[in-house]
Every structure is written in structure tokens, then in C-alpha cells.
Design a protein around this ligand. Structure first.
Ligand SMILES: [Zn+2]
Length: 68
């Protein structure tokens, strides 16, 4: 099951474990509709995030990451 306090990378967008955020398929199976496994974001993802973009946040806005 997905960790409710973790942001996941779902193919090309960030989501959390909430059904309204990642969708029913991902919430139940851990994969997107396209079959791509959700991957927890890693420190490298945060480090690689461009400075001129808003903070990494999941689609529903419940979870977000502050850069150090
Ligand atoms: Zn969310």
C-alpha cells in the first residue's frame, strides 16, 4: 500500500496516496492507469527540481516539499 505521508512520482506528475489525488487505480494497485509503478520521490528528485518552479507538491496539494 502507498504511504499516506509520502509524495510519489506517477509517471510525470506528483501525487499522494489519497484516492482523489492519485486516482483509484493507483491507490489500489500502486500503478498508474498506464501501468507505471508509483515511485516515492527521492532526494535526487528534490535536488534536480528547478529553482524557478513552485515547490514540489502533489496534485491535491496536501503534501509538498520544501527545498533545504
Ligand atoms: Zn495529494
Amino acid at each position: 500500500m502507498l504511504d499516506p505521508d509520502t509524495i510519489y512520482l506517477a509517471h510525470d506528475r506528483f501525487v499522494c496516496a489519497a484516492v482523489q489525488c492519485c486516482g483509484f487505480t493507483a491507490a489500489s494497485s500502486g500503478r498508474t492507469l498506464g501501468g507505471v509503478p508509483l515511485r516515492p520521490i527521492e532526494p535526487g528528485d528534490i535536488a534536480a527540481w528547478p529553482d524557478d518552479l513552485p515547490p514540489i507538491a502533489c496534485q491535491c496539494g496536501r503534501l509538498w516539499v520544501l527545498r533545504a
